[in-house]
Design a protein around this ligand. Structure first.
Ligand SMILES: [Zn+2]
Length: 99
């Protein structure tokens, strides 16, 4: 682990520890059960894109969002939401495409 990566990780953890209820409520606009947490688009029944529930892949998403500096998504996932849904194509790109 590089020194820079360590500080980035530490900052992320510190940031997460400062979550307030107010911030969590504010995040409800961006994240929700009917919204893809990667592209933030609402799932529409008429859309051809498949919505999938993230279960085992959640930790991987947390790691990738942290690496990408996407603190809002990291926080949201760390708050252990009941269910997280993404477009399968979005998730694949998010966790597989390098920065
Ligand atoms: Zn999406």
């Amino acid at each position: 682990m590089s020194g820079r990566g360590f500080w980035r990780h530490t900052n992320t953890v510190t940031y997460i520890l400062h979550i307030t209820l107010l911030q969590q409520l504010a995040m409800a606009d961006r994240f929700g059960e009917d919204v893809c947490v990667v592209c933030q688009k609402m799932f529409r029944t008429e859309s051809g894109e498949k919505a999938v529930s993230v279960q085992e892949g959640r930790e991987r998403l947390i790691l990738c969002s942290s690496q990408r500096g996407d603190h809002e998504l990291t926080e949201y996932l760390m708050s252990d939401p009941l269910s997280v849904h993404v477009h399968e194509s979005c998730r694949k790109q998010y966790v597989n495409v390098p920065l």
